[in-house]
Design a protein around this ligand. Structure first.
Ligand code: SF4
Length: 64
């Protein structure tokens, strides 16, 4: 799986960080998403898809 995050679209809501802190973090300055690992381990794939679905600004995407 490969995850992408568009920081221009992110509104810093933090849902992704709450859902999967192993993969997502927030910038200390502007609160926008920071991708910790763009290729999560298979065991994290389901929660990564949940994080993509929960993002209110549709800043996240995931490909198999
Ligand atoms: S859930 Fe979406 S809007 Fe919120 S911090 Fe994550 S990427 Fe940004």
């Amino acid at each position: 799986m490969r995850v992408q995050a568009d920081r221009e679209v992110c509104i810093g809501a933090g849902m992704c960080v709450l859902t999967l802190p192993e993969v997502f973090d927030q910038d200390e300055d502007d609160g926008r998403v920071v991708l910790r690992t763009p290729e999560p381990a298979p065991a994290l794939a389901q929660r990564a898809r949940e994080a993509v679905a929960l993002c209110p600004s549709r800043a996240l995407s995931a490909a198999p």
